[in-house]
Design a protein. Structure first.
Length: 444
């Protein structure tokens, strides 16, 4: 592999605080030099030169919440199509939820996902393991064996771990293996019949509501269990001001807790479901404008540690039905960066702080060595135009599914090139990644 020099770039490394014009040199898939003073004589050395023309160069994004339908529902998404969608969105590392068919609740299925991901070879893929067998919330899985086999954390995916005793044991047991419990914070009894946020919009549409309190009730219960056990806890896709404030107070008390949100919860509110728009049926549901603003504030002040895509592909049969019958969730890998950049363009936060939520922060939560431009690290990079205008066009997605709540939304910012271990895996000029590179499982 020839060394590659990325010159004339705005270098952005949230881990070190670097935000400066300069260049980055890669060799054999690793970063060997980075900074304002990097210079290589391409005439004297066999170096490929990429002129970034002032574009932003940052670590490849790390997405800690992706649903991949393989095994079981490959017509919605596969590990191959998910990786293609990821790199088109500037994501070079992502963690997959265990709610496939069958559930990822034993070592053989976990290793299947790892092996298939390596065969595709466009991005780093790290699977979660189910916290309970069959995601039924009753009997815990074999945490030790699953952790040894590569599970980055334990979660029941879209299901809350509702039994307090099971959650207490999970927090205690996971801490032995230095793993985090990732919770879908929603009281299932309060949410069971609902399909939209409880409030005026749901009432006007005649839809059963999910009260905002369903989220904070579960978070506050879990925080008590964290105090009891000392276990590491992560609340996923927070959508309400009350839950965010509960996490904020817990952090002040020094509890080992983190949380994330997803772009819909700071870019949309419950008004998006008007006209029974099923692509805007998500889990948790889109909330009030007051809650949306609370999510923006939580991301900006660092209470919300990470932004995840919450990528949940569905086929048309799952969405082209009455709103209450539609499956919740939307695809998000290819819109993660572009929608998140709205927080910069509206001056809610700085670009470096935003990239921190999209790179090094989720990597640290999962204990992964990604999300930085550190010398010696893997050359996983995203180069993007900060101010290039466009709109979300689902028909151009690499994902097998098109169920985005952002269909047609104007955006400002676009991925220009994605690099994985020193190799270009996405180039906007071609709109598609290169052919899948077959790699042996043992090469991990």
């Amino acid at each position: 592999m020839r060394p590659t020099l990325y010159k004339n770039a705005r270098l952005l490394d949230p881990a070190s605080g670097l935000d400066a014009k300069g260049a980055l040199l890669t060799r054999d898939g690793k970063i060997v030099e980075v900074g304002p003073q990097v210079f290589v004589d391409a005439i004297q050395e066999d170096v490929e030169v990429v002129d970034c023309a002032g574009r932003c160069l940052a670590p490849g994004l790390v997405d800690m919440r992706v649903q991949v339908r393989e095994p079981g529902d490959e017509h919605m998404e596969t590990l191959a199509s998910a990786q293609k969608a990821a790199v088109a969105g500037g994501v070079t590392t992502f963690a997959t939820l265990p709610n496939t068919n069958p559930i990822i609740d034993d070592v053989s299925l976990l290793e299947f996902v790892e092996r298939r991901a390596l065969e595709v070879g466009l991005a780093n893929v790290h699977p979660y393991a189910a916290a309970t067998k069959g995601l039924r919330g009753q009997e815990m899985t074999e945490f030790g064996m699953l952790a040894d086999s590569g599970a980055v954390a334990f979660t029941d995916g879209e299901h809350a771990i509702a039994d307090a005793l099971v959650m207490r044991r999970a927090l205690s047991y996971a801490s032995i293996f230095k793993r985090t419990i990732v919770q879908h914070p929603e009281d299932p009894a309060l949410a069971r019949e609902g399909s939209a946020n409880e409030g005026e919009t749901a009432t006007r549409l005649g839809l059963a509501g999910i009260p905002a309190v369903a989220e904070v009730m579960m978070v506050e219960r879990d925080l008590r269990l964290v105090e009891l056990t000392g276990g590491s806890y992560h609340a996923a896709h927070l959508s309400t001001g009350a839950a965010i404030d509960a996490i904020r107070q817990a952090k002040k008390r020094g509890l080992p807790v983190t949380c994330d949100t997803a772009p819909p919860y700071f870019a949309l509110n419950e008004g998006a479901v008007v006209d029974y728009r099923t692509f805007a049926r998500l889990s948790p549901p889109l909330r009030s404008e007051q809650d949306r603003l609370a999510v923006v504030a939580g991301v900006a002040d660092g209470t919300i540690d990470a932004i995840a895509s919450d990528h949940a592909p569905h086929d048309q049969d799952s969405k082209r039905v009455p709103f209450a019958q539609a499956q919740p969730g939307g695809v998000g890998l290819e819109t993660l960066l572009a929608i998140s950049l709205e927080l910069v363009h509206t001056e809610a936060m700085s670009l470096l702080d935003l990239l921190h939520r999209l790179t090094v922060a989720p990597a640290r939560i999962l204990g992964l060595p990604y999300g930085t431009l550190a010398v010696g690290g893997d050359a996983d990079l995203v180069i993007f135009d900060l101010n290039r205008a466009g709109k979300v066009e689902p028909e151009r997605f690499a994902s097998k599914s098109r169920n985005t709540p952002f269909d047609g939304r104007p955006i400002e910012g676009r991925v220009w090139r994605t690099v994985y271990r020193g190799t270009t895996v996405y180039d906007v000029e071609t709109e598609t990644p290169p052919p899948i590179r077959r790699r042996a499982f043992v090469d991990a």
